[in-house]
Design a protein around this ligand. Structure first.
Ligand code: HEC
Ligand code: HEC
Length: 365
């Protein structure tokens, strides 16, 4: 539309400039119009209109605060506080393990291990809980579509922090502070029905974990400047390598086909290519009724802080995680050089809140 409204002389000048750029850059760079002005070469990123749209689709951030109308504890300060207390309680399970034993707040709600370690070793990596409110399918396999039920899953898993409904309900009834909070949030003291008390514990836990959100990042600042000014220059926090990585991510590398939208996930399952020896049970039993190894696309915000990566924790570094790992029926896996993967990693690091460590730089083969 903007192209059509440009006066003829400007159009001709643009066509000439675009031709020169095409000749000089092997056809990869197209000249774009921003707010009626050509994006200047000094802006570092010469974005074609389609490319610009693909990048803008990765925001804005943060989203609206969550509110689940089906959950009476959701969005209420006392409901969230009850959930937070339960999340940190060592008495939820007779094992003494807490949700926070694996989802450690200071580790961005992950645990730094390849696979989870509860009462026994599990087969999957502990995902961060940040931004769970942005999805509707939970777990690596996306098999559950209810955050309350997902939050109770570790209590059912004999390898994690098992507790029977009777044990869980007995704790809620007997602990004075917990039962008083429960009564305020759900309108009545915990009753005799263990299953109801257990369900409400799941709702309170969900009300808490849905508030865990990742902060804005250098990428978000860069993207918002692109919206405001039509061009965005690299910055120390979003360097030229991150701009190149972003353009690959949203373009030729095909990452944004699955890692889509502001939370960098399409919330759908894809067949993982991983056949790693790192964990038993690979290929994963994955999504019930789905093909073997069907896994939900994880979000990528804050990902630089939550190594090791992938469902079996088999990638220690982002450089390894960004090798082809999921089948896209619409296109073959792109071949990326070590330099290109390094650029993508620079982008992913800038998709995480500022960190003071040096972190991984570049990919070496
Ligand atoms: C032993 C370690 C461990 C403990 C303890 C644990 N989790 Fe998890 N959590 C995991 C693992 C592993 C997964 C991935 C599960 C899967 O894919 O099957 C997960 C997944 C989740 C998810 C889904 C995240 C997503 O992005 O889809 C939520 C929500 C969650 N846990 C909440 C909790 C709550 C609430 C508790 C306490 C009741 C808890 N977890 C206790 C290891 C743990
Ligand atoms: C066809 C869909 C699809 C495409 C395309 C895709 N991914 Fe993924 N991505 C996934 C799935 C599914 C997983 C989980 C795979 C597993 O754990 O086995 C994943 C996992 C990841 C992880 C690990 C996240 C974590 O928390 O452990 C990173 C990093 C990642 N992808 C980045 C990328 C990048 C960069 C690209 C482009 C080069 C890309 N992905 C292309 C679907 C996709």
């Amino acid at each position: 539309m903007r192209r059509r409204s440009a006066p003829g002389s400007l159009r001709r000048a643009l066509a000439a400039a675009a031709g020169a750029l095409l000749a000089g850059a092997g056809g990869l760079v197209l000249l774009a119009l921003a707010c009626g002005r050509p994006v200047s070469a000094a802006d570092g990123a010469l974005l074609a209109p389609g490319e610009r749209a693909a990048i803008l689709a990765l925001g804005p951030w943060p989203p609206e605060p969550p509110h689940d109308a089906r959950n009476p504890a959701s969005g209420r300060p006392d409901g969230v506080a009850l959930g937070e207390a339960l999340f940190h309680s060592a008495r939820l399970s007779p094992t003494g393990l807490r949700c926070a034993s694996c989802h450690e707040p200071w580790r961005h709600f992950a645990d730094g291990r390849a696979v989870a370690q509860g009462v026994a070793a599990g087969a999957r990596n502990t995902p961060s809980l940040l931004d769970v409110a942005t999805h509707r399918h939970y777990g690596w396999d996306g098999a559950r579509d209810d955050l309350g039920a997902q939050s109770l899953r570790p209590l059912d898993d004999p390898r994690e922090m098992p507790a029977t409904p009777a044990q869980l309900a007995a704790f809620v009834r007997a602990d004075a502070a917990t039962s008083a909070r429960y009564a305020r949030v759900f309108g009545a003291a915990p009753g005799p029905d263990d299953a109801c008390v257990r369900r409400d514990v799941g709702l309170a836990l969900a009300a808490y974990v849905e508030t865990l959100a990742s902060p804005r990042t250098p990428f978000d600042d860069w993207r918002d400047r692109l919206v405001a000014t039509g061009g965005a220059t690299p910055t120390p926090a979003f360097p030229a390598a991150a701009v190149r990585g972003l353009r690959l991510f949203a373009g030729r590398a095909g990452c944004a086909a699955c890692h889509a939208g502001a939370a960098f996930s399409d919330d759908a399952t894809h067949v993982s290519l991983l056949r790693s020896p790192a964990a038993p049970g690979i290929p994963d039993d994955a999504h019930p009724g789905g093909p073997a190894n069907a896994l939900r696309t994880p979000g990528l915000r804050d990902v630089a802080a939550t190594a090791p990566y992938l469902h079996d924790g088999s990638a220690d570094r982002l450089c390894d995680a960004v090798r082809p790992h999921a089948a896209d029926p619409d296109r073959p896996a792109p071949s990326l050089t070590a330099g290109e993967r390094g650029d993508i990693v620079a982008f992913l690091r800038a998709l995480s809140a500022a960190r003071d460590d040096a972190g991984e730089r570049g990919c070496d083969g």
